[in-house]
Design a binder for this molecule. Structure first.
Ligand code: SF4
Length: 390
């Protein structure tokens, strides 16, 4: 994609009236929720500062903490792996999956970094996203459009049309509950048929080897507890020293998502005990550019990101073009997404998309980690990775 194509993509997105209306609704409602959360919990900013402090020192010892976490996983009876590249991670996943056929997945942007769903499908596996929005994006496309509101770009007409074809049943576009229940029924069967469950994590406590996963639909809970094997994917920047640190991060993420409390927080510690949970737990820690970036004086700040989505709601560019900013091939979107694409994906694509930033700095105000995206994006532009004028 050249710079002209980037700009046409963004122009096209900006004239999509449905997307504009959905983004307006989502952003305005987020700001109402955020106001009410902050007035109820005035200590949130201080808590976020504490999390930033712990994350900063954790990034300084990312390798060491990952090794402590791996030892804890094995002590708990699980299997721990360190994958330096997406290829290595996919190879590890292939070995674990073996001749398993059906895989149910919780939302995990780390798995998208690996193109895991497409990879497994190409090997003849049946893979299902179990988060409702992700399920729709899996089949309708083109990509998750937001860290939280992943299917914000899909109209109810488009969803009804897809479900009619996919489920072979009559679907009323105005019956949202009916559509949700259809997907729920379909996925219920898949949880029981599945050989493997997969999830990402929001935080990982190295001392006890526990993954913390926030969710609202109970889909992750079912993906963890019903299949025989569970695979947890952990970006190395998510590893924190202690359970308390992870709990604090969970509270900050939830509240900056705009929730007072999320419906569920899963803590996954090890394989089955007393007949509950997966018989095998496999935890894959992923590097994919994180260690190198943790040593980069400018990029390392981006590793503090908690994926709360607050900056995406506040950003004036994102408000107009949504997840199209970043390109349809990148799994990440928005200003922070461009930076993460630079760290984990294509530097060239990320550099082109870095020019869409207005450098207004509103994202820093919204961010619990006070990440200075403007500064990082300027630096990415300055490095000018092979960007040619059209
Ligand atoms: S950059 Fe900050 S506001 Fe944006 S998703 Fe990450 S933690 Fe949240």
């Amino acid at each position: 994609m050249n710079l002209r194509e980037v700009s046409s993509l963004l122009m096209e997105a900006s004239s999509n009236s449905f997307l504009r209306t959905s983004l307006d609704r989502a952003n305005l409602s987020y700001w109402e929720l955020r106001k009410s959360v902050f007035s109820k919990y005035p200590y949130l900013k201080d808590l976020a500062d504490k999390v930033r402090e712990v994350k900063e020192s954790s990034l300084e010892r990312m390798e060491e903490l990952t090794h402590i976490a791996m030892e804890s996983v094995e002590r708990n009876g699980g299997f721990a792996y360190l994958a330096r590249t997406p290829d290595e991670a996919r190879r590890i996943v292939d070995e674990i999956v073996g001749d398993g056929k059906v895989i149910v997945k919780g939302k995990s942007i780390t798995s998208e970094e690996l193109g895991l769903r497409e990879h497994l499908a190409s090997r003849g596996k049946e893979v299902y996203e179990t988060d409702l929005g992700e399920f729709l994006v899996q089949f309708i496309g083109p990509k998750s459009m937001h860290f939280i509101s992943v299917s914000i770009h899909l109209t109810r007409e488009r969803v009804a049309e897809f479900l009619r074809g996919f489920m072979g049943e009559e679907v009323d576009k105005d019956d949202i509950e009916g559509m949700v229940s259809l997907v729920r029924k379909f996925l219920r069967r898949k949880y029981f048929e599945a050989d493997i469950g997969m999830s990402g994590v929001n935080a990982f406590a190295a001392d006890e080897g526990c993954g913390f996963i926030i969710e609202n639909e109970s889909n992750v809970r079912l993906s963890i507890s019903l299949p025989r094997k569970h695979i947890m994917l952990v970006g190395m920047e998510k590893v924190l020293p202690t359970m308390l640190d992870a709990w604090r991060a969970v509270e900050v993420i939830t509240r900056y998502n705009g929730y007072k409390v999320s419906s569920y927080v899963n803590i996954v510690r090890g394989p089955q005990k007393d007949g509950f949970g997966p018989r095998e737990l496999h935890v894959i820690f992923l590097d994919n550019g994180r260690v190198e970036s943790s040593r980069d004086p400018v990029l390392k700040e981006a590793l503090l990101c908690l994926r709360c989505g607050a900056c995406q709601y506040l950003c004036p560019v994102f408000w107009i073009v949504g997840g199209y900013w970043g390109g349809l091939k990148s799994v990440y979107s928005g200003g922070i997404g461009v930076i993460w694409e630079y760290i984990t994906g294509s530097k060239e694509e990320a550099t082109k998309h870095s020019f869409a930033c207005l450098l207004c700095g509103r994202c820093k105000e919204a961010c619990p980690m006070r990440i200075d995206q403007q500064k990082i994006l300027r630096e990415i532009r300055r490095r000018g990775y092979s960007v040619k004028a059209p």
